[in-house]
Design a protein around this ligand. Structure first.
Ligand code: SAM
Ligand code: DTB
Ligand code: SF4
Length: 325
């Protein structure tokens, strides 16, 4: 095997642009070569999501079904019971998921929720699963409490480029997002940070989004790349669909810029063919969300994912194995 290139956090826009825009076959070959230096190319990690607090969110993210401000019709629910979270996590583990991701439609958690969040972390970890939460912005003391409860990962997406961010969200800034990510990393929680494509952004926004992640002080451990799921009644309900080849280029660039990160083929798989998903795995994606629901939107059935894995000879990563070489 070739020696692995050093992990870099000093990528330039020119380099990223040249990588993204090289001939497609060269791009895929390079991405797959980088992938093989760090991972078993036939292993894909499975994460399962649960919405622990759905709807009624005060933020105005234009893509989201859960914003109370953008016209989507989802009603607000309360934080769900700890016992229910643990029961759902047990089912997810039986289905082969190794990481359990709990998401809340909050701008940030409230003090009154912290005890329940800690109990969820304890309960899911006792099952032998990795824990992940995505709860919005965090202050330092909240980061410490989640870390001390044993939280393994925190998901906080930058969603798009700094330039396009203002078109998508006005209730917080790109810099706010980076601040939380830095707090999480500095506290020693593993970072999961990615974004969404297909929101009407330009190619340079996709490149700059990945560049922003790849030039953080350390690369995120997981990089979810979501294809927009258009939600009726939201401002992005009728946005033009992204060319799937552009999507694969985005995955490949993520793999090349962040060689050791788990690149997750995240939201939007219900609208992707098996062939497109296979191409994404070839381009270096090595993680998916499993189960027929994401947070509020549909995801492929477990059976169809298993059938795809079987056709491709892909194995699910085992608990405690990160698939790295
Ligand atoms: N409220 C928290 C936050 O925004 O960080 C956590 C939950 S939020 C739903 C998690 C992520 O899901 C968002 O940052 C976004 O990247 C992704 N997401 C939400 N709605 C989506 C959609 N319709 N299509 C694709 N990705 C979506
Ligand atoms: C991520 O990047 N994608 C997940 C997870 N992190 C929290 C969420 C996808 C949400 C898709 C829309 C929905 O289910 O409402
Ligand atoms: Fe709220 Fe998160 Fe949806 Fe934005 S993405 S509206 S912060 S739940």
């Amino acid at each position: 095997m070739l020696d692995a290139a050093p992990i870099r956090t000093d990528w330039t826009r020119e380099e990223a642009d040249a990588l993204y825009n090289q001939p497609f076959m060269d791009l895929l070959f390079q991405a797959q070569s980088v992938h093989r230096q760090h991972f078993d190319p036939n292993q894909v990690q499975k994460s399962k999501l649960l919405s622990i607090k759905t709807g009624g969110c005060p933020e105005d993210c234009a893509y989201c079904s859960q914003s109370a401000r953008n016209g989507a019709k989802l009603s607000a629910a309360k934080l769900i019971e700890v016992e229910r979270v643990i029961a759902e996590a047990r089912k997810a583990k039986a289905g082969g998921a190794t990481r359990y991701c709990m998401g809340a439609a909050w701008r940030s958690p409230k003090e009154r929720d912290m005890d329940a969040l800690e109990a969820m972390i304890h309960g899911v970890k006792e099952l032998g699963m990795e824990t992940c939460m995505t709860l919005g912005m965090l202050e330092e003391d909240q980061v410490f409490r989640l870390r001390d409860a044993g939280l393994d990962y925190y998901n906080h997406n930058i969603d798009t480029s700094e330039r396009y961010y203002k078109e998508i969200i006005t209730t917080r800034t790109f810099a706010d997002r980076i601040d939380t990510l830095n707090r999480v990393r500095e506290a020693g929680i593993k970072v999961c940070a990615g974004g969404i494509v297909g929101m009407g952004e330009q190619q340079m926004d996709r490149i700059d989004m990945l560049l922003a992640l790849a030039t953080l002080e350390a690369h995120p451990d997981s990089v979810p790349v979501n294809m927009l799921i258009p939600i009726p009644d939201t401002p992005l309900a009728d946005v033009a669909k992204l060319d799937p080849i552009e999507f694969v280029r985005t995955i490949a660039l993520a793999r090349i810029l962040m060689p050791k990160s788990h690149v997750r083929l995240s939201a939007g798989r219900t609208d992707m063919t098996d062939e497109l998903q296979a191409m994404c795995f070839f381009a270096g994606a090595n993680s998916i969300f499993v189960g027929d629901t994401l947070l509020t939107a549909d995801n492929p059935e477990e059976d169809s994912d298993q059938a795809l894995f079987d056709r491709l000879g892909i194995q699910a990563m085992a608990v405690g194995c990160d698939g790295s070489r």
